[in-house]
Write a protein that binds this ligand. Structure first.
Ligand SMILES: [Zn+2]
Length: 441
C-alpha cells in the first residue's frame, strides 16, 4: 500500500455524502478508464480509446476476443500469453476485458483482464507475438471522517449512517470490526454500548476502482460511552507499519491478552465456582467462560505464547492449551478443528487463529470454553487485571504529540460539519429543541 510521506493538508472533497480528506495518489500508473492522460498528457483528444467487454455465460476467452474482432490467427497467441499468468478456464462470468486501441487504428494494442478484485493481467502486443504481466489493481488511499449518535446499537449507528451512504455496506460493517478491535479492552460492544452514546471516527482506507475497501485502518476514534469519552489514536512507534492504539495521554490501549478469543461473541456461561452443571446436573465449578458461536467460527490465541497441548482431552474434546509469559496459561476447548499450523510446541501470536468453534467433548451445543490460569490457578478472564502494553517511551513523545494532535483534528472535522447531539441537554449550535440534530439518523 502506497503511503504519503506525511498527511496531506485537509482538503474537503464531497464524495456522495462522504467527507474525504486528503485524497491521495493512485497505486499504479493506470486507472480503469484509460483516458487522455495515459499516453499524451498534452493532447487535446484522447490518444488511446478503450472498449470494455464482459465474459458472458458459457463464453470463453476466445469468444470475447472474437467479439472484439481480434483476428483468429492472433487469438491463440493472446491466449498463450494470458496462460502464463492465469488459467482462462478459471475466469468467472462477468470478468471485464478492456481492449485498448490507438485512435484511428483498429488493431488492438493491449488487453487488460481483471482476474480478481486485486489483480489484473495486462496483455500487450510486442514485436514477436504478445507478452503478459500481472498487475495489482490500482488503488488509492483516502481518509474518511464520520460521526454519529447511537440510538439503538453501534451496528445500526454505523452501517445505517447516511453519511456513509457512498461506502459499500459490507465495508461499513468492516469498520465496526475495526472499532471493536481497537476498543476491545475498554468496552464490550455487544453489552456496554447504550442509547445516547456517540462516536467520531477517522479511518484511512485503500480503495479499489469499484469503490470497495481493500484495507482499512482507524487513525483516530472517540466513543462516548455513558458520558465517558474513550479515545484511541493510532501511532506507529517504530515506523514499521506495526503500530498500535493509545489514549490521549499516550497510554497503550493494548493489553497482554485479548478480551475474548472470538470476534462475534455471546457469553453463554460465566466463570462460576458454584455452578449447576447443565449435563452432569451437580454443582461443580465452571472455571472458564463459554462463548456461544456458530460451528466453524475462528478462535484466536488471546496472547503470544507456546502451544503446550493440541489434541483430544476428555470432556474438553478438542483442546488447545497455550503457555504465556508471566505465569499465564489459556485453554480453548470443544473445538471443531485445529488450524493446521498450530502444533504442540509451535509459537503463536496474539490474534492468531488456532482453531474453530465446535461441540466436541462434553458440550450441549457449539460453543467455545475458554480458560485463563495464572500461576496454576484458574482466574475469571472477564474480571482480572491484565497487564497492559507499554506507554509511549519518552524519546518518542515529541513525534507522538504532533501526530496525536493531527489525528485529533480529523475527529474535529467529523463533528464540525455534523453537529452532534450532546449526551444530556448540552445543546450545540445547530441542534433542535429536543436535542436532536437534523443530521442525526
Ligand atoms: Zn465452559
Amino acid at each position: 500500500m502506497k503511503r504519503l510521506p506525511s498527511l496531506a493538508p485537509p482538503a474537503f472533497l464531497g464524495l456522495g455524502g462522504l467527507l474525504v480528506l486528503g485524497l491521495v495518489l493512485f497505486g499504479t500508473g493506470s486507472d480503469r478508464t484509460y483516458d487522455a492522460g495515459v499516453l499524451e498528457p498534452m493532447a487535446a483528444e484522447a490518444a488511446e480509446v478503450v472498449e470494455v467487454k464482459a465474459l458472458g455465460h458459457g463464453q470463453t476467452f476466445g469468444g470475447v476476443l472474437g467479439r472484439a474482432a481480434v483476428p483468429h490467427a492472433e487469438q491463440q497467441r493472446v491466449l498463450m500469453a494470458f496462460q502464463e499468468q492465469h488459467s482462462p478456464g478459471r475466469l468467472r462470468v462477468g470478468t471485464e476485458f478492456t481492449f485498448r486501441y490507438l485512435r484511428g487504428d483498429d488493431q488492438v494494442r493491449g488487453i487488460d483482464v481483471v482476474v480478481s478484485p486485486d489483480e489484473m493481467v495486462r496483455l500487450e502486443r510486442a514485436d514477436l507475438g504478445w507478452r503478459s504481466s500481472k498487475l495489482e489493481t490500482p488503488t488509492w488511499t483516502d481518509t474518511i471522517v464520520v460521526a454519529g449518535q447511537i440510538d439503538r446499537d453501534l451496528w445500526s449507528a454505523v452501517v445505517l449512517n447516511p453519511d456513509l451512504e457512498a461506502m459499500p455496506r459490507g465495508d461499513r460493517a468492516r469498520v465496526i470490526d475495526l472499532m471493536d478491535r481497537v476498543f476491545q479492552w475498554q468496552l464490550d460492544f455487544s453489552r456496554q454500548i447504550q442509547r445516547g452514546d456517540s462516536y467520531r471516527l477517522a479511518f484511512e482506507r485503500e480503495v479499489r476502482p469499484d469503490g470497495t475497501m481493500r484495507t482499512g485502518k482507524i487513525l483516530a476514534a472517540e466513543l462516548v460511552n455513558r458520558d465517558t469519552p474513550l479515545q484511541a489514536i493510532w501511532f506507529d512507534l517504530h515506523g514499521d507499519g506495526e503500530g498500535g492504539y493509545y489514549d490521549a495521554e499516550g497510554e497503550s490501549l493494548r493489553r497482554a491478552f485479548l478480551k475474548a478469543p472470538l470476534e462475534y461473541r455471546r457469553i453463554s456461561s460465566r466463570f462460576n465456582m458454584n455452578r449447576l452443571h447443565p449435563i452432569h446436573g451437580d454443582r461443580r465449578p465452571h472455571i472458564g467462560v463459554d462463548y456461544a458461536a456458530p460451528t466453524g467460527t475462528p478462535v484466536m490465541a488471546t496472547s503470544d505464547g507456546t502451544v503446550t497441548f493440541r489434541g483430544v482431552r476428555g470432556g474438553y474434546g478438542n483442546l488447545v492449551e497455550i503457555r504465556h509469559s508471566r505465569g499465564y496459561l489459556t485453554r480453548y476447548a470443544h473445538l471443531n478443528g485445529f488450524n493446521s499450523s498450530v502444533r504442540q510446541g509451535s509459537r503463536v501470536s496474539q490474534g492468531q487463529v488456532i482453531g474453530y468453534v465446535g461441540m466436541t467433548g462434553t458440550a450441549t451445543g457449539p460453543h467455545l470454553h475458554y480458560e485463563l490460569h495464572r500461576n496454576g490457578n484458574p482466574v475469571d478472564p472477564l474480571d482480572v487485571d491484565i497487564p497492559s502494553g507499554d506507554p509511549i517511551p519518552s524519546e518518542y513523545m515529541e513525534r507522538w504529540k504532533a501526530e496525536r494532535d493531527q489525528r485529533f483534528t480529523l475527529l474535529d472535522a467529523a463533528t464540525q460539519n455534523r453537529p452532534l447531539r450532546m449526551a444530556e441537554g448540552e445543546g450545540l449550535p445547530g441542534t433542535s429543541a429536543d436535542g436532536r440534530s437534523s443530521q442525526d439518523q
